[in-house]
Design a protein around this ligand. Sequence first.
Ligand code: ACM
Ligand code: ZN
Length: 462
Amino acid sequence: MEEVKQYIDYLAMYKLNTFHWHLTDDQGWRIEIKKYPKLTQIGSKRKESMIGVYVDNTFDGKPYGPYFYTQDQIRDVVKYAQDRHITVVPEIEMPGHALAALSAYPELACTKGPFEPATKWGVFDDVFCPKEETFTFLENVLNEVMQLFPSQYIHIGGDECPKTRWKECAHCQELIKKYNLKDEHGLQSYFIQRIEKYVNSKGRKIIGWDEILEGGLAPNAAVMSWTGIKGGVEAAKSGHFAVMTPGAYCYFDHYQGDPATEPNAFGGFTPLDKVYSYQPVPEELNVTQSKYILGVQANLWTEYILDFKQVQYMIFPRMLALSEVAWGTSDAKNYKEFERRVINEFETLDKMSVHYARSIYNINGKVMAADNGIAYELSTSQSPSGVRYTVNGADPSAASPAYTNPIPVQKSMTIKSAYFENRQLKSAISSQDFTVSKTTGKKLRWNSNRMKTILSAEPLHW
Ligand code: ACM
Ligand code: ZN
């Protein structure tokens, strides 16, 4: 609770006015629903959690949970946010990302189950089956949710719903025939429109991820554009509101510096300047259509977030860039000036004991051709005189040689470098190994596969 409130304080401090609270997913159901106690009794815990990159398929072996917010706690958070002029928009995922719910109530799936909350992240085939029983369940859940959250919008998810089970399910196929739907995408649209009608009947509106456009958008729905900007453009052009949160600019579960110097993250690479360069109103929209762009959002998915320190690390300083993007004061041309202001702000964050990422101080290394082979060039966006390096594998200190020119590489060596200011280490220590084989006598060649491997070990789903 304290951490959620601190997070809301950060939003207030940097003038962001909406907290999108992703409360349900395959890996856990985190909100108490009085009518369905098994959601939290069963759905709020899992056997273990994934550690390391997805392809390694490794787990920590530690049971997680039960963790969820009681309704009293939720009311407390909503009030806390309200007092700071922040709206909390709750998200209840459907029809996909529902494994935690189906573990508690397997009768809501197309097949019998049993199901278990997921232990890894990703997309799972077992999803809500659009039967009457499911709609009754979801309406009852949404009733309690709408009583807790006074927001105009209720987020109903809608993303990444595989159609595998629906294709094989007699009930689903019957519905497609009965309502003359084109296919399973039509069924997704039917699902969302039905939920929309219900939410509208209570005086609220739905917002959902891009995929709610599949098979036709529900009449009053707003779109949260995440797979890119297409969803937002399509929504705005057809008179629907949209929130822009394209993965390439707005996913704060991505790395923000060289992965070798950062805690394990989902993947991707979204450094501070990339966030700062984002223009949330798509160029292809005219003035009237542009009014449908409600704003911009960043998403901190917690695939690999272990504690609140890591939350801080992932959102700072990128949240500062997002804030300027949201307020329309950012301009990629002025990034250097923004970076200076960010560094000033670090003093405030230090006073608040915020564990922010120092990636903007990091040293970039580049291998270049040189007489007799190759050389390693170091650069930084900060003052070049702050770069110190070693070639013997030791960590550099303020007393190590200052970098001036590309370092010749003629034998095997490890070059370590870091950025110092007033003799204080500011950056992570970058390290690059060079292996020179004496036996081949061939010209030295550079193999940059390591970085490529790390940066591509990700997006299953984009
Ligand atoms: C999403 O990242 N699946 C919305
Ligand atoms: Zn079904």
